[in-house]
Ligand binder design. Structure first.
Ligand code: NAD
Ligand code: MN
Length: 486
């Protein structure tokens, strides 16, 4: 298949002004850390330092929690319809500033502009619009508390101050998943973005000011894991919401055990993308590609284990390899780029070591010929065949552009293999047969099951895991319950 030559199509960097340094956003003001500590955030595609950001210590976190506590009284007492106005305003400002935010996100994270522009930003705005719509309807939102069934017409109560810690793979989208439902339900928040991608959260702080949001309702504290640990361990918060690795999730669960804090955890995944012999091959190939190479594979619900029915293995893998050969890896700000930079040197090292383990354990590695830029962090889209369930690349989350291929003969075997994982976040099924989709979806132990598609998101649809993928649900009506006293 001929690969087209593309002229460079760079998005302009000039649409966003990045300051040389940023403070913490506490009680409506930006200020440095009490002890003056800072860290650098860089662009993973060039290793260029983008800005210097304050590293919040225990005293700063304490100040942020107190600001959120002080703001809670008035914010929670506002009628839902008034809180909704702020959320609608934030949603509209995000839309107005979406080009700036998309460029910023691609610079700080390394993801292709095509994705930050067409996936991240529209979903971020949609989340705020969606939860704005719920803010004055909370009495109807929660099970057993409906004015319609006569039990109670009163609005359910917010929890108080939410401490929220998010990862680097979808910085602004994870912020939206956390902040929109918290504010709609009348809580106030202290949020800590990931240390490699703090900038879009700091721009969001500016949007809060632009929207006239009362001081202290949203506080942003930047820093590394130690800042996150200070936040989740702070006695002044009522709710912990965490998205990140299963390892840190377990540590957080231990920290809050025995306290009155409510917790939701969104952790790792190792999803099966299951292709039957009657699936349309080209459509399935697109779904497999999107499932594992979207966002460089830095996706907790990535379809990282391809389970293909043995009889169509050769045909499917040929088509998949041809398609992988057309993926364009490179400058995240180029509008034709499909795969951007790996987020950090640490993540690149993790991906490399797991891919090496795949080879060492006897799986066969394949990647299309592709030239990688000389500076920055890069990993070519990679496929492993001959993978068994015992291999580390079939069991551990790689969180990179690496697909492990396993085969099956019967639907029962597909279910058994798909469920043979400590995780349970998502799964995909590709088949013409509706009855088989329903049969499979009932048996798969995964929070989301996509059929004949993959990685589709909507704010109205709840998202969350089984087993070591975490507990609690975000998104949809379910996502409100995590922030309400019910
Ligand atoms: P990580 O758990 O190390 O970091 C996530 C966040 O937690 C960061 O903000 C980090 O600073 C903070 N943190 C680190 N140690 C902490 C501690 N002891 N206490 C409190 N906060 C702490 O995760 P990572 O390796 O940087 O990110 C990748 C992982 O996140 C993957 O395993 C991926 O599956 C998971 N993830 C899950 C989802 C989901 O929705 N389920 C989404 C994105 C990422
Ligand atoms: Mn960065």
């Amino acid at each position: 298949m001929p690969v087209f030559e593309y002229a460079p199509a760079p998005e302009s960097r000039a649409v966003v002004d990045i300051a040389p340094s940023y403070g913490l956003f506490i009680d409506g003001e930006f200020a440095g850390a009490g002890d003056g500590k800072v860290f650098k955030t860089l662009s993973p595609s060039s290793e260029e330092v983008l800005s210097e950001v304050a590293q919040a210590g225990a005293e700063d976190v304490d100040r942020a929690v107190k600001a959120a506590r002080k703001a809670f009284g008035t914010w929670s007492a506002l009628p839902g319809s008034e809180r909704a106005k702020y959320l609608f305003r934030i949603a509209r400002i995000i839309q107005e500033r979406s080009r700036e935010l998309a460029v910023l996100e691609s610079l700080d994270n390394g993801k292709p502009i095509r994705e930050s522009r067409d996936a991240d930003l529209p979903l971020v705005a949609a989340h705020f619009f969606y939860y704005a719509g719920w803010a004055d309807k909370l009495a109807y939102a929660v099970r057993g508390r409906s004015a319609l069934n006569g039990t109670s017409g009163a609005d359910p109560r917010p929890l108080g101050v939410a401490g929220q810690v998010i990862p680097w793979n979808f910085p602004l989208l994870m912020l939206a998943w956390k902040i929109a439902p918290a504010l709609a339900t009348g809580n106030t928040v202290v949020l800590k973005p990931a240390e490699t991608t703090p900038l879009s959260a700091l721009f969001f702080a500016d949007i809060c000011r632009q929207a006239g949001l009362p001081k202290g309702v949203v506080n942003i504290v930047t820093g590394d894991g130690s800042t996150g640990a200070e936040l989740v361990g702070h006695p002044g918060i009522d709710k912990v919401a965490f998205t990140g690795s299963t390892e840190v999730g377990k540590a957080i669960a231990r920290t809050v055990a025995g306290t009155r804090k409510k917790v939701t955890l969104e952790l790792g995944g190792k999803a099966a993308n299951i292709v039957f012999d009657d699936a349309p091959v080209d459509q399935a190939v697109e779904g497999i590609i999107g499932g594992i190479f979207f966002n460089q594979g830095h996706v907790c619900c990535a379809g990282s284990r391809l389970l293909v029915q043995e009889s169509v293995q050769d045909e499917l893998l040929d088509a998949l390899k041809r398609r992988m050969g057309t993926l364009r890896v490179g400058d995240p700000l180029d509008k034709n780029t499909d795969i951007g930079a790996i987020n950090s040197a640490e993540q690149l090292a993790r991906i490399r070591s797991l891919a090496d383990a795949g080879e060492a354990e006897g799986a066969e590695r394949w990647a299309p010929a592709c030239e990688l830029p000389s500076s920055g962090y890069w990993f070519a889209p990679t496929l492993f065949t001959g993978v068994t369930q015992a291999h580390r690349i079939a069991r551990e989350e790689i969180f990179g552009p690496v697909l492990s291929v396993l085969t099956f003969r019967t639907p029962e075997e597909a279910v058994a293999k798909a469920n043979n994982t400590p995780y349970g976040l998502s799964a995909g099924i590709w088949t013409e047969k509706g009855s088989r989709i329903l049969w499979m979806a009932n048996k798969l132990r995964a929070g989301v099951v996509w059929s004949n598609t993959f990685n589709k998101f909507d704010p109205a649809s709840p998202f969350g895991g089984y087993k070591e993928s975490g507990y609690g649900r975000e998104g949809g009506r379910h996502g409100l319950e995590a922030y309400l006293d019910v």
